[in-house]
Design a protein around this ligand. Structure first.
Ligand SMILES: Nc1nc2c(ncn2[C@@H]2O[C@H](COP(=O)(O)OP(=O)(O)OP(=O)(O)O)[C@@H](O)[C@H]2O)c(=O)[nH]1
Ligand SMILES: [Mg+2]
Length: 445
């Protein structure tokens, strides 16, 4: 998406680079070209007008015309306005409650927009964040809908609440909520049915579901290929049910994408995620700044953002170091490390962090990856409280955790013992400056 508009923008912007004097006419010409590029990309006319007015107002001020590097200034204004158009910082975050209560995410949208797929993608994402997710199949219209969600749930090892004996989605949603409470799930994602066109029935049904479970997030799922009509559909859902955020699916397709760009401005609700493929992990947070630089064909801004990301990681690392020194390192931190390392493929690095391995003759080849995956599953089946304090885990909790992770009570006990040893080693390490320095180096800190 956005390839063609990106090319146009970078051509417009390039003509400004390095110029040390820019006239008002130069700016007006450039703005005209930008307008055409946006309209070509199928951006809503009202949105284009607003964007152009804002950009022109600012660009014609003294800041650009009198600056030493007007090209740069102009580019920055266009970029800033584009980011503003797409959303605000952190708008991609989900508003969920703490892990001690059930947060509800309601999915809605037209038929085939990607609700069911996105439900599973979100479930996987939240599970990776340490949440205990329950999926609910409240699409009782399409015969195969329940099975589809069950298959996806199995793929990502997330339980699915389904009732083939019921006909009322409100009832299923309500029962699923009770089930979530009973099983100590902290997120319930409700998949609902879609219809081909907007109709009163669908709106009433989804509104009734919403009223009965009062969702924390009501996500409107929309296919990025829908074009201009997406804006009208979104408005309808906002008026009749109320939406808290948008998920744009099929972002991987080569559509012009302009309609998608109009959503935020017209509906006033943030785009939270984009679907970038059919697989469960093909979901990304929607970062307005990154998308803006993609639209403007500006690679350098992207790398700037990536630099900022590195700093963020350094901060994380510093926090971790402090925790270790204070002997506060818990299973949740361990899980996060496990995840980071497996993501980067550098399991060896993680293993080197273990005290016994500091002398370092463990290579990545002789690591039991299956065991690490099992460990992850075990920790993921614990509540956050348990991860923070393993000493509350008695026999009945062990049983529950083993069941939730598909392991045995013995394996759960084994992990707990191992972690206790690890913590002890860390405590010793924290006291020994030389070892500590070596460990930090191993961790790449
Ligand atoms: N390429 C791509 N395909 C997607 C994406 N999201 C969903 N799909 C595909 O779109 C099709 C429809 O997705 P579903 O999740 O079944 O859509 P739905 O909204 O649940 O459909 P109904 O339940 O019939 O209303 C499936 O073939 C998905 O694999 C995406 O981000 N990218
Ligand atoms: Mg579906």
């Amino acid at each position: 998406m956005f390839e063609s508009i990106g090319e146009k923008f970078s051509t417009i912007i390039r003509t400004f680079q390095g110029k040390n004097k820019i006239s008002e006419k130069n700016i007006r010409d450039a703005v005209d070209e930008i307008k055409i590029a946006l309209l070509d990309a199928d951006v809503n006319l009202r949105v284009v007008r607003r964007f152009i007015n804002r950009t022109t107002d600012e660009a014609l001020g003294d800041k650009v015309l009198k600056s030493v590097d007007p090209g740069q200034q102009f580019t920055k204004i266009v970029y800033d306005k584009m980011v503003e158009l797409l959303g605000s910082p952190n708008s991609e975050k989900l508003n969920l409650k703490g892990p001690d209560t059930v947060s509800v995410i309601l999915m809605m949208g037209l038929q085939g927009s990607g609700k069911t797929t996105t439900s599973a993608k979100l479930a996987l994402r939240l599970k990776k964040e340490g949440r205990r997710v329950l999926l609910a199949a409240a699409d009782l219209v399409r015969p195969a809908a329940i099975t589809q969600l069950q298959v996806l749930g199995q793929q990502i090892s997330v339980p699915v609440y389904a009732r083939t004996d019921l006909k009322d989605p409100v009832e299923v949603a309500r029962l699923a909520y009770q089930e979530a409470k009973k099983n100590q799930n902290d997120v319930l994602i409700i998949d609902t049915s879609g219809r081909l066109h907007l109709d009163e029935d669908m709106m009433n049904e989804i509104r009734n579901v919403a009223t009965s479970v009062s969702p924390d997030e009501t996500l409107f799922v929309v296919d990025a290929m829908t074009g201009q009509n997406a804006v009208n559909i979104a408005k309808e859902f906002e008026d009749k049910v109320g939406i808290s955020g948008v998920v744009l699916t099929k972002f991987d397709s080569d559509t012009r994408g302009g309609a998608a760009l109009s959503l935020r401005e017209i509906v006033g609700k943030p785009i939270k995620f984009i679907g970038v493929g059919e697989k469960p992990d093909d979901l990304e947070p929607f970062y307005p700044d990154r998308i803006a630089s993609r639209i403007l064909g500006m690679g350098d801004v992207v790398s700037l953002v990536e630099k900022a990301q590195e700093v963020y990681d350094e901060e994380q690392a510093a926090k971790l170091e402090k925790k270790m020194a204070k002997n506060e390192f818990d299973l949740q931190d361990y899980l996060e490390q496990l995840e980071k390392m497996t993501q980067m493929g550098g399991i060896g690095k993680l293993l080197n962090m273990l005290p016994g391995a500091l002398k370092g003759n463990i290579s990545e080849d002789n690591i039991d990856k299956k065991k690490l995956i099992k460990e992850k599953a075990i920790i993921q089946s614990m509540t956050l409280t348990e991860r923070k304090n393993i000493y509350i885990i008695g026999p009945s909790r062990k049983k529950r955790i083993a069941k939730g992770s598909g392991t045995s009570v013995g394996e759960v006990g084994h992990l707990l013992k191992k972690f206790e040893k690890l913590k002890l080693g860390m405590k010793r390490l924290a006291k020994n400056k030389t070892y500590q320095a070596a460990m930090m180096k191993q961790l790449g800190m």
